[in-house]
Design a protein around this ligand. Sequence first.
Ligand SMILES: [Zn+2]
Length: 136
Amino acid sequence: MRIYKDRFLRALANRAKCPYYVVDERICDYLLHTGAICDEYSKGQKIKNNIAENTPFLLVCGVFKEIGISKPTCEDFANLMRCTIMGDGICPECGGDCDVIDGEYTSHQIDRDIEPEITTKWELYECRDCGCKFYK
Ligand SMILES: [Zn+2]
């Protein structure tokens, strides 16, 4: 799990005076570890929509201490809730795992005795989670 790098994550990173990737990692660790977000989180969704049922408000607020914001404001909380949770895969929309569904390749036969060298011209991926298709 990771958090999409957008203005909400950047706002939190600015307040925490920490690089965004550190804030990203600490938020994920904390929310998963405390069970505020369960292991089957919805990729590509806001944190607000991923908080597990009956999670105490104060437990979620503990994340601010983790990232170094000692006096969190309502603004900080709103920014946290608007952060988007991504999976660890390569999908640009949700971080889901993707399959190659099409592609074009060229092979160079340099020598008849060795395997031809295959280079990828392009590949089309499809996300297993959100179904989005993209070239890489
Ligand atoms: Zn996706």
